[in-house]
Design a protein around this ligand. Structure first.
Ligand code: F6P
Length: 541
């Protein structure tokens, strides 16, 4: 009986050279890079040798990763605890692809119909054919949604640059300040409301939707006129109808699309409204290209597989405790937030698919800041802190039109940071640098230890040609598949989220118990009276 794969992998770390030593091998980049779906991945700064990579690939095979990958693209039930198939990839299959059937339904047909309705709606709004209650065309869209019903559309609308159609505004948080802020400058006669909620039961979305409904009415629209200003994206059409949105203005969602995987569904409607259906189709095309790569690329050249395996190695063998996602592209400022849900809601689990406790750390604590801004905020800890971490850098070959020098600086700093994380700076090197600048030897010896950088931090460098709909689609699909592979390595279900369900129930209970006495009774805590007193009555100021 061979030892558990992770024990074998652990043993490999015993004689693992430092990253700066591994980087002395000039052939390293040639062996540790791969390309797919328009993305180039430089894995040379991962602290692995080729033999370790090969051991990781054998481990993936032993975990059944490649078999599960093939099942992902068929209508197999991969979300066992919710008894659902996982078919977000079906949303981006090209027209003409063989139809996909699920429980007797041709879901490819349903997806095609939904895309046609999105295209029609986008054309009606963008052409001005769709008129509001007073006959005015729509200039602004207010998208209400949270989590996967918000993060994807918000990221894509920003990443694709200035809108060529209506401006899309997003409202997610239940904090009333968010609604007040977003409504302050909107004209109800020229605003289209999208209520995006797979369940149509998420409290933040429902509370915000009711407030915006009252806003429309308070600004002169009648109940009957609301239909000119509201659409919904949901699986729960009856709840939408009860809210006053007619079926013909409800776009579909399906149970086989998880919330954090739903940008490719009508949840992505804001992209079609702000940038056109062509842009949304390009987003789908980029994601499909990554699907094809994931399905067919050899394991040692497979981007999602290698991303997952190296992250597994970093956590389980090298003990990294978080992952810094650092997009050196202003257009991708919201990408870390999107990936936080994708990674942490998918793999923040402690029970295996079989129902047993997971051994060892799972999930990736992902955080990040757009480059170069992060260099002036969080990178000090990365350079000289004590906590092991890994990182991913994203860089585009082409930057802002006509500002070539800006892009040269951006690229230079991205590479410099990756190099500094990897190689670090020894005390001796720091002292030599000080002396070379003419520092007093005693002063140099005193300061040098404070200028030491431990280094040895692994990172990926992902390069796209430019940030556009297609490369964004490929980048997001890459990380969807990486999350799937990572979950497979731990044997967990990456597609349910029972933890957040519990929090919702507890929140509902406490909401019902507002007011000092009721709150104290509900909390049942020894400090309840003081907590309730501290919280006050919860009334608006
Ligand atoms: O965070 C829990 C969650 O269910 C996410 O998975 C989902 O994206 C979000 O809340 C919003 O859910 P809904 O689209 O049903 O409003």
């Amino acid at each position: 009986m061979s030892q558990s794969p992770s024990v074998d992998l652990q043993a490999r770390a015993q004689d693992l050279p430092a990253l700066r030593t591994l980087l002395d091998d000039a052939t390293r980049l040639g062996a540790l890079h791969c390309e797919g779906a328009g993305l180039y991945a430089d894995f040379s700064r991962q602290r692995v040798r080729l033999k370790d990579r090969d051991a990781l690939l054998r481990f993936a095979e032993a975990q059944g990763l490649f078999t599960a990958r093939d099942q992902l693209f068929q209508a197999n039930q991969l979300n066992g605890t919710e008894e659902r198939a996982v078919l977000h990839t079906a949303l981006r299959r090209p027209k003409g692809a063989p139809p996909l059937w699920l429980e007797g339904e041709n879901i490819s047909e349903a997806i095609g119909e939904a895309l046609a309705r999105m295209a029609e709606l986008a054309d009606a709004i963008r052409s001005g054919r769709w008129r509001g209650a007073t006959g005015a065309s729509i200039t602004d869209v207010l998208h209400i949604g949270i989590g996967g019903s918000y993060l994807g559309p918000a990221l894509a609308c920003e990443a694709l640059g200035p809108p060529t159609g209506p401006t899309v505004h997003f409202l997610a948080n239940v904090d009333g300040a968010a609604a007040q802020h977003v409504l302050a400058d909107l004209d109800p006669t020229r605003t289209l409301l999208i209520i995006a909620s797979k369940s149509f039961s998420t409290l933040e979305t429902l509370v915000n939707a009711q407030t915006v409904r009252r806003w429309f009415l308070a600004r002169g629209l009648s109940e009957g006129q609301l239909k000119h200003h509201c659409v919904a994206v949901t699986t729960n059409h009856s709840a939408a109808a009860a809210f006053g949105i007619p079926p013909e203005q409800c776009l579909p969602l399906w149970d086989w699309v998880g919330g954090r995987f739903s940008l490719w569904s009508p949840i992505g409607l804001p992209v079609a409204l702000s940038h056109g259906m062509e842009a949304f189709q390009a987003l789908l095309g980029g994601a499909h290209a990554m699907d094809e790569h994931f399905q067919h690329a050899a394991p040692e050249e497979n981007l999602p597989v290698l991303l997952a395996l190296f992250e597994y190695w970093n956590q389980q063998v090298l003990g990294t405790q978080s992952h810094a996602f650092l997009p050196y592209a202003e257009a991708l400022t919201q990408l870390p937030a999107y990936l936080q849900q994708l990674e942490m809601e998918s793999n923040g689990k402690s029970t295996t698919v079989a129902g047993a406790p997971v051994e060892g750390p799972t999930g990736t604590i992902l955080w990040g800041t757009v480059g170069t801004n992060g260099q002036h905020a969080t990178h000090q800890l990365l350079h000289q802190g004590t906590q092991p971490f890994s990182a991913t850098f994203v860089l585009a070959r082409r930057g802002a039109q006509g500002l070539a020098d800006h892009h040269r600086w951006l690229r230079a700093h991205c590479i410099a940071q990756a190099e500094a994380f990897a190689r670090g700076l020894t005390t001796e090197e720091a002292e030599r640098a000080l002396l070379a600048k003419g520092a007093d030897p005693e002063a140099a010896a005193r300061l040098a230890p404070h200028k030491r950088l431990p280094g040895n931090h692994p990172s990926n460098l992902l390069i796209v040609d430019q940030v556009d709909a297609e490369s964004l689609g490929a980048l997001l699909a890459l990380h969807e598949h990486k999350v799937f592979c990572h979950g497979m390595l731990w044997g967990i279900n990456s597609f349910d989220q029972w933890g957040v369900e519990f929090g919702k129930v507890l929140g509902d209970t406490l909401y019902a118990a507002q007011g000092e006495t009721a709150l104290a009774e509900t909390l049942g805590l020894s400090a309840r009276a003081s907590l309730a007193a501290a919280l006050g009555d919860g009334e608006a100021r």
